[in-house]
Design a protein around this ligand. Structure first.
Ligand SMILES: [Zn+2]
Ligand SMILES: [Zn+2]
Length: 646
């Protein structure tokens, strides 16, 4: 009998009943078959040698699929356990799940110490066993059989795990000499694992309960090719070098002080300069795009946030209310700028002709994050959003969305982010009751988002049910130079706040209508954005943004006056320059400026003074020769315009 297999490209192929994913892959190409780790059949992950008995949707999983990697790492945990049992025969095993990068196994070594000096021996054992290309063989067990096996083995952890399992659902998997309690699925055999690295060892309580036994958790990662392990380790090393907390300190951009408080960054002069340049850049682009800047206070009456609903949402987790000598008066540090902007909207009657109204503010907000969650600039307790709220008519949503997308793309281009996708979050069509706003408005806004993303040529993923209760949204996920994903800019439609604040405009029909509100922040927050920026460019900022664009290096004290004149001239053109007047050899001065990643150096000596020129050096590319000051200035300005994408 034949069955129909539908592949992800919607092509349909006929196979005999009982065909396996491996056989389907073979019928497409031998190369593909060699790389198939597992398969997804009607959404369920199965082993590639499991017979398929009915018409199905089939996705072949390889290393390039998230679920393929997960199966690979899950199977690798069995291999690690096999190696550990071979080396330390009395080891007892807890659980060993895959994680984002690799997997871990919690084990009980009976008090034997295990440290990084043992890693290589274990890795070698894993690879030795992998070379045996042992299949992962499944056997169904009754609960009694399973209990008997682990009692005999003396593994109380597996016995405890068995307690929660029902008879008839229990299976063992054996590869080589090692058997584990497992539901599967696995990769075809251990031979697929070509590289293994133990990363770390830590303590972990059994079942996460601090009253239970502390076990040894071994973190490891494996790959189908040795080359991939090398690349991974290189990226890991590179990520450490680029850590914004480390570079932020080295480049003197920001600091934290326990006295000021955790999660409250202090911007140092160079960091403040960087921030200011980013702000000016976006302010300029926003004025061009028709935004009106506004300023609102850092606190607001508690009532404001009760009206907006933020008190209910952030009240407990946010900072506590500030009481004043006047009774019944309470303020909150502002967790969101939106309520303030709604009140600005309400300062006068609005007509359909006044819309859209685009209010923009670099608004600093405060949210109480648990101290354990704080992380450099990416998770802080006080941060500045590049916030704006667009109040518009329902028929203007699409056009406004397109304009915001243009702005976000301009920001990304100017800052060197080339690889990004847009995630569109829509309503759960099965559960419309959860959402506020009319069906008609939602349909209009959702199609406006989808269409504008399409027209702007964005690569998108659509998530059903991921919209907020008050409206659909579009988030930009950016990949940095190391391939890591960050969520940055966001654009969000809101039907809720206009309702809560009873915002109105008079339509062409002379009737009152509710405007739609769009929240948007291309950076997200300045803090988080700068963290991502630092890690993306490894501290070598685009020229226009660099807080120190230029170092002037007089060859000796004799040329200090000329250096000062050049510095002044540069300042007139808003170019940040410093003079290195130290009594050091020029070679030393150049090296020091290189280390600081300063984009340009101007070297001034006898010849330059006489000919009224500057000798130019560029970071990482060396001597550029001598030019007149005006020429240099023109080139410098051109480079900035080019890097801004203007
Ligand atoms: Zn398993
Ligand atoms: Zn908002």
């Amino acid at each position: 009998m034949e069955i129909k297999i539908t592949l992800p490209d919607n092509s349909v192929r006929q196979y005999p009943k009982g065909v396996t994913a491996h056989q389907v892959a073979l019928s497409i190409s031998e190369g593909l078959a060699r790389n198939v780790l597992a398969a997804k059949v009607n959404g369920e992950i199965i082993e590639s040698n499991k017979p398929i008995d009915a018409d199905s949707n089939l996705q072949l999983l390889t290393w390039n699929d998230k679920d393929g990697k997960k199966t690979f790492w899950h199977s690798s945990a069995h291999l690690l356990a096999e190696a550990l049992e071979a080396l330390y025969p009395d080891t007892k095993f807890g659980i060993g799940p895959p994680i984002e990068n690799g997997f871990y196994y919690d084990i009980d070594l009976g008090g034997q110490p295990l440290g990084s000096e043992d890693f290589e021996k274990i890795e070698q054992k894993m690879l030795e066993l992998a070379r045996q290309k042992n299949d992962f063989v499944r056997t169904a067990k009754s609960k009694a059989e399973a209990i008997a096996y682990f009692q005999e083995k003396g593994d109380e952890y597996k016995l405890e795990l068995l307690e929660d399992l029902e008879d008839g659902t229990i299976s063992f998997y054996t590869q080589g000499n090692f058997t584990d309690l497992c539901r599967g699925p696995h990769i075809p055999d251990t031979g697929f694992i070509k590289a293994a690295k133990l990363m770390n060892v830590a303590g972990a309580y059994w079942r996460g309960d601090e009253k239970r036994k502390q076990m040894t958790r071994i973190y490891a990662i494996t790959f189908p090719k040795d080359k991939e392990l090398k690349e991974y380790l290189f990226l890991l090393e590179e990520a450490k070098k680029r850590d914004h907390r480390k570079l932020g300190k080295e480049l003197e951009l920001f600091a934290f002080s326990d006295k000021v408080g955790q999660g409250l960054p202090l911007w140092l002069p160079k960091g403040a300069m960087l921030r200011d340049r980013l702000e000016q850049f976006l302010k300029k682009a926003q004025v061009k795009a028709g935004y009106s800047p506004v300023v609102t206070p850092h606190i607001g009456s508690k009532q404001l946030y009760v009206t907006s609903g933020h008190y209910e949402k952030y009240g407990k987790d946010s900072f506590q209310p500030i009481r004043t000598p006047d009774e019944d008066e309470e303020f909150l540090l502002k967790p969101m700028n939106c309520p303030h902007h709604c009140e600005i909207y309400k300062t006068k009657p609005r007509s359909y002709r006044d819309l859209p109204l685009r209010l923009a503010e670099f608004g600093t907000v405060y949210r109480y994050e648990m101290s354990g969650e704080l992380h450099g600039l990416t998770r802080v307790r006080g941060f500045t959003q590049d916030d704006a709220h667009i109040f518009c008519r329902p028929d203007q949503v699409k056009e406004e969305f397109e304009k915001v997308i243009d702005l976000v793309l301009y920001v990304f281009k100017s800052l060197g982010f080339k690889d990004f996708t847009a995630q569109i979050s829509l309503r759960d069509p099965e559960n419309k009751i959860k959402y506020i706003g009319s069906d008609e408005d939602w349909a209009k806004a959702e199609s406006a988002i989808i269409e504008s993303a399409k027209e702007k040529g964005l690569s998108t993923v659509t998530e059903l049910g991921e919209a907020a209760f008050y409206g659909p949204k579009l988030d930009f996920m950016v990949k940095d130079a190391l391939g890591r994903s960050w969520q940055l800019g966001t654009i969000q439609v809101d039907y809720n706040l206009p309702e809560r604040f009873e915002l109105e405009y008079t339509g062409s029909d002379n009737q009152k209508h509710r405007p739609v509100m769009i929240h948007r922040a291309p950076f997200g927050s300045l803090e988080r954005f700068i963290a991502v920026l630092i890690e993306n460019c490894a501290g070598e900022f685009p020229l226009w943004l660099s807080p120190e664009q230029l170092m002037i290096l007089p060859i000796s004290e004799k040329f200090a006056d000329y250096a000062e004149i050049i510095k002044q001239k540069l300042a007139e053109h808003d170019i940040q320059a410093q003079v290195d007047n130290r009594d050091e050899k020029i070679g030393r001065k150049i090296r020091d400026a290189e280390v600081k990643k300063l984009p340009y150096m101007l070297i001034l000596g006898e010849k330059e003074v006489e000919t009224n020129t500057v000798s130019v050096r560029k970071h990482a590319s060396g001597d550029q020769g001598s030019v007149t000051f005006d020429e240099f200035l023109q080139n410098f300005k051109n480079e900035i315009q080019l890097s801004l994408g203007n």
